[in-house]
Design a protein around this ligand. Structure first.
Ligand SMILES: [Zn+2]
Length: 70
C-alpha cells in the first residue's frame, strides 16, 4: 500500500502518500510529493499524451439504460 493514514487528536485524519503510484518510487518522510509527481507524463497514468485528443473522447461512458414501466 502506498498510502499511510494517521489519526491525530480530535479524530483528524491525514493521508500521506508513501510511494509514487506510477513508478513505485518511495518518498522520504518530508519530501514534497507534487515535485516528483509533476515529473511524470499523462501516459504514466494511462491517459492520452498532452495535446492529443483520443478519437473516442466523446463516446458515452455507459450504455444507455432502458426504464421499464410496470
Ligand atoms: Zn513516480
Amino acid at each position: 500500500m502506498s498510502l499511510r493514514v494517521r489519526t491525530y487528536e480530535r479524530s483528524k485524519r491525514v493521508h500521506v502518500l508513501t510511494a509514487c503510484p506510477f513508478c513505485g518510487y518511495e518518498f522520504a518522510r518530508n519530501e514534497r510529493r507534487h515535485k516528483h509527481l509533476s515529473d511524470h507524463d499523462p501516459e504514466d497514468a494511462g491517459l492520452a499524451p498532452l495535446g492529443e485528443i483520443p478519437a473516442d473522447h466523446d463516446a458515452p461512458l455507459f450504455q444507455e439504460v432502458s426504464v421499464r414501466a410496470d
